[in-house]
Design a binder for this molecule. Structure first.
Ligand code: PLP
Length: 406
C-alpha cells in the first residue's frame, strides 16, 4: 500500500542518540560507604539534629528531607536524573503518571478557568477532564493539535495548553516549538506528556515547553514492574506544584519505586534505540502487508512536529482491512500478549475495538473518530524476526477463521 511518505533511513539507526545521557545515567559519584547504587531510604521520617536545624529547615533557609510525603533522598536521586535528562531545573516524582498530570494541572488551573488540550490525549487524562474537572468548573476544549491555526484560535483566555506529541492511539504529531511560542505570547503555561518519546528522543523544554510530564510506568521504568510519574520544569514551576498540590494531594513516589526507576533509567539509552529499530522493522512490513490499510507511526508523517523527534519509540498503531477478524488475529498472537500499558520489555497488543467499548460516552477515541479497525502494538525487546513470524501466522489464522465462518 500506501501514499504515506517513506519512513526512515536505516543508516540513521547508527546515530548516537544518547550524548551526555549515557554518562549521566551510568556514572554516579559514590553514595555513602562508596556504594555505586544509592540506598533505598525506606523511612517515613528524618529527625533534626537540634532546634536550629529544625527552625532553619521549616523557615526554608535549608533544604533537607523531613518526611517522605515531601522529600526522600532515593526519590530525589530519580528526580535529579529526570531533570538533567530533560534539561530542566527541577523535577517531582509521583505515585503514577496520572498523579503527576492531575497535581500539575490542578496547581495551575482553577474554577472558571480553561485548558486547551489536544484530542486523542491519554484516555484517563481525558476522563479526568470530563469527570472531575466539570465539578471544579474547569473547562477543557479539545483541538486538533496538528493544526496550529486551530490551536491559535482556541488559546485566547486559556490558562494552560496540554500537549501530547505524538498522541495516544493515533500518534498524531504537534509542532511543539510553534505551539509553545503561541502560548507563551499570551502567558499560557504549556505542558506536554512526553512518555512516548522520552528525553532520549525529544526534549520539549529546549523547544519552549514549560512542564514535561511522564508516565514513568512506561519507558523510564521500562520493566513493567512500577507505576510512577514525574513532572520536570523550571524551579519556579516545580516550587509552585510543591506548594499548591504535591504535598496536599499526597500522591508521592515511594523510595523503593524510585530505586526501581533509577535502575530502569540506566538502560533507557540502550533500550530505546532497540525499540525504535524493531518498531520500524515491523511498521515497514505491516505497511507492505495486504491486510493493512495504514500504519499510524510518526516515521510516516510529514508534519513539522517531526523535527523535534530525534527517534521513534516502539509503540504505534495500524488499521487492518475489513476482512481481518480482529478477535481471531489477536487471539492467534503468541508473543504479543493482550494488555494495556506499554514501554516494557514485552510485546503487547491492544485492539481499539475492545477499548472503544470501555467507558461508553467517555471515550476520547470514540469521540474523535478512531477506527474500530485500529490495533496498537507495543514492540518489545524480543527478537524482531520472532515477532514478525508471530504476526504473519496470526494474519494467516485470522484469514482461515474468516473462511471457516462462511
Ligand atoms: C500510561 C499513560 C499515562 C498514565 O500513566 P500512569 O503511570 O498509568 O498513571 C499518561 N500518559 C500516557 C501517554 C500514558 O500512556
Amino acid at each position: 500500500m500506501s501514499e504515506q511518505p517513506a519512513g526512515f533511513d536505516p543508516a540513521s539507526l547508527a546515530a548516537d542518540y544518547l550524548g551526555e545521557a549515557a554518562t549521566l545515567l551510568a556514572h554516579d559519584d559514590p553514595f555513602p560507604g562508596g556504594a555505586v547504587v544509592p540506598p533505598i531510604y525506606q523511612t517515613s521520617l528524618f529527625t533534626f539534629a537540634n532546634y536550629a536545624d529544625m527552625a532553619d529547615t521549616f523557615a526554608g533557609r535549608k533544604r533537607q528531607p523531613v518526611y517522605s510525603r515531601g522529600d526522600n533522598p532515593t526519590v530525589m536521586e530519580f528526580e535529579a536524573r529526570v531533570a538533567a535528562l530533560e534539561g530542566a531545573e527541577a523535577a517531582r516524582g509521583f505515585s503514577s503518571g496520572m498523579a503527576a498530570i492531575s497535581a500539575t494541572l490542578l496547581a495551575f488551573v482553577g474554577a472558571g478557568e480553561r485548558i486547551v488540550a489536544v484530542r486523542n490525549c491519554y484516555g484517563d487524562a481525558y476522563r479526568l477532564f470530563e469527570r472531575l474537572f466539570p465539578r471544579l468548573q474547569i473547562k477543557v476544549d479539545y483541538v486538533d493539535g496538528s493544526d496550529p491555526d486551530a490551536v491559535a484560535q482556541a488559546l485566547p483566555g486559556a490558562k494552560l495548553l496540554y500537549l501530547e506529541s505524538p498522541t495516544s492511539i493515533m500518534f498524531e504529531l504537534q509542532d511543539i516549538a510553534h505551539l509553545a511560542r503561541l502560548a507563551k505570547e499570551q502567558g499560557i503555561v504549556t505542558t506536554i506528556d512526553n512518555s512516548w518519546a522520552t528525553p532520549v528522543f525529544q526534549k520539549p523544554i529546549a523547544h519552549g515547553v514549560d512542564l514535561v510530564l511522564h508516565s514513568a510506568s512506561k519507558y523510564l521504568g521500562g520493566h513493567s514492574d512500577t507505576v510512577a510519574g514525574v513532572v520536570a520544569g523550571s524551579a519556579a514551576h516545580i516550587k509552585h506544584i510543591n506548594e499548591q498540590t504535591y504535598s496536599q494531594l499526597g500522591a508521592k513516589l515511594s523510595p523503593f519505586e524510585g530505586w526501581l526507576l533509577l535502575r530502569g533509567l540506566r538502560t533507557l539509552p540502550l533500550r530505546l534505540p532497540h525499540h525504535m529499530k524493531s518498531g520500524l522493522t515491523i511498521a515497514e512490513r505491516l505497511k507492505a502487508h495486504d491486510k493493512v490499510e495504514r500504519v499510524n507511526h510518526p516515521a510516516y508523517s510529514n508534519h513539522p512536529g517531526k523535527k523535534t523527534l530525534a527517534g521513534y519509540a516502539g509503540l504505534f498503531s495500524f488499521e487492518v482491512t475489513e476482512d481481518v477478524d480482529i478477535p481471531a488475529f489477536v487471539d492467534a498472537l503468541k508473543l504479543f500478549r493482550i494488555g494495556v500499558s506499554w514501554g516494557g520489555h514485552e510485546s503487547l497488543v491492544v485492539p481499539a475495538k475492545a477499548s472503544l467499548e470501555q467507558t461508553p460516552g467517555l471515550n476520547s477515541m470514540a469521540r474523535f473518530g478512531v477506527s474500530p479497525r485500529t490495533i496498537r502494538f507495543n514492540v518489545g525487546l524480543e527478537n524482531v524476526e520472532d515477532l514478525w513470524a508471530d504476526i504473519a501466522q496470526a494474519f494467516d489464522k485470522s484469514k482461515a477463521f474468516e473462511k471457516s465462518k462462511k
